[in-house]
Design a binder for this molecule. Structure first.
Ligand code: NAP
Ligand code: G4F
Length: 328
């Protein structure tokens, strides 16, 4: 039975990936940080087959210990401080976790693998945020990186460090350049979930408006459940490599609002949306759209859920959840 260790198990992707690997018969270990982590119970309830270990990307000895216990064939590094807006206010800790944390992990693998660096296959969660001020449309693996946030800069460091460990030590380390992917498990700080929760609450009469920032930004949004399958496929390849994972379609926040409000039969959302400069970013990524043709050709991967399906799925989930929370 193969063994896998997932950092970031308490996050959106960690849960989907754990479900996928358990279904494939893996022994799955998950790294949880901090004492009394409030999300530990959610992981225990959602994926009871996962064995939880404590550790932190900032603490290399905890990573070595986790490797010793899990003896993983595959290591998925999903752990990061991942909220872009937060990264300006907390640039140093973002750089330490999202950037330097990856160096800690690569070093831990190198030391643990003792002269057999490719014995653990490593997945690094790179991001389309690295393209930032995009230099090519659509963005592909070779597109010049131009990050626009401390988070993006940290991800670029981690991305090149992953490539460097592959080239320097022959590690089987792959980098998935994933475009935005969402689900009912998405944190409420991200715009899709912020909107799907608000729309559900507005439809139920529990909230009057949603306050947002830049409605003109465009993203290539896919479904997280589809994207974790691409991560797994990368680690099944004989050679490690980098892959863009995206739908190839881009939509604005306005398009998102159209679909989300239409899902609760509201055609004109303008009375329910207020703009506040507090949600504008010091530097914006105006438009992202990925070219997933390499992932399709080499990994045989393609997304199953389209934008409309994704938004409907999220709003329907939140309608049910908000009804339940309101005791209706
Ligand atoms: P997420 O929901 O924000 O989860 C991030 C995870 O990282 C959480 O489990 C968090 O633990 C953990 N973490 C934070 N600080 C840590 C530390 N010091 N040591 C160990 N773990 C730590 O993110 P996601 O959406 O699942 O994304 C997974 C990965 O893909 C992230 O690296 C993200 O940057 C990257 N990515 C995401 C997208 C996307 O659209 N979702 C796109 C491209 C790349 P706590 O629960 O304890 O905070
Ligand atoms: O949902 P967002 O916060 O996601 P963002 O910044 O694109 O980052 C996500 O995707 C990256 C991949 O490209 C990941 F690497 C990263 O970890 C994260 O998962 O914001 C999307 C867009 C932005 O342009 C933002 O300015 O929505 C705009 N927006 C407008 N109003 C808002 C809001 N974003 C948030 N979070 N909240 C608002 O009120």
């Amino acid at each position: 039975m193969p063994s896998a260790l997932i950092t970031g198990i308490t996050g959106q992707d960690g849960l989907y990936l754990a479900e996928l690997l358990l279904a494939k018969g893996y022994d799955v270990y998950g790294l949880v940080r901090g004492q009394n982590n409030p999300k530990r119970a959610l992981v225990e309830e959602t994926v009871p087959g996962v064995r939880l270990l404590t550790g932190d990307l900032g603490d290399m000895s905890s990573l070595l210990r986790a490797l010793e216990i899990a003896q993983p064939d595959e290591l998925y590094n999903l752990g990061a401080i991942s909220f872009v807006a937060y990264s300006w206010e907390n640039a140093r800790v973002t750089s330490e976790v999202t950037g330097m944390g990856v160096l800690n992990l690569l070093e831990a693998v190198r030391l643990f693998a003792r002269g057999e660096p490719s014995r653990i296959r490593v997945y690094q969660a790179s991001s389309s945020e690295m393209f930032g001020k995009v230099q090519e449309v659509p963005q592909r693996e070779s597109t010049l990186l131009w990050p626009r946030s401390p988070y993006g800069v940290a991800k670029v460091f981690a991305h090149y460090m992953t490539i460097n460990y592959r080239e320097s030590y022959g590690m089987h380390a792959s980098s998935g350049i994933l475009f935005n992917h969402e689900s009912p498990r998405r944190g409420p700080e991200f715009v899709t979930r912020k909107i799907s929760i608000a729309v559900a609450r507005i439809a139920l009469g529990l909230q009057e408006e949603v306050v947002l920032g830049n409605l003109e930004a465009k993203r290539d949004w896919g479904y997280a459940g589809d994207y974790v399958d691409a991560m797994w496929r990368m680690l099944q390849q004989p050679e490690a490599d980098d892959y863009v994972v995206a739908t190839g379609q881009t939509h604005s926040i306005r398009d998102l609002l159209d679909l989300a409000f239409r899902a609760v039969d509201i055609d004109d959302w303008t009375p329910y949306v207020r703009l506040d400069p507090a949600f504008m970013r010091p530097a914006e990524v105006d438009m992202l759209v990925g070219d997933p043709s390499k992932a399709r050709a080499v990994l045989g991967w393609k997304p199953e859920v389209d934008f409309q399906g994704l938004v409907t799925l999220m709003v329907e989930h939140d309608l049910e959840e908000q009804r339940r929370l309101a005791g209706r």
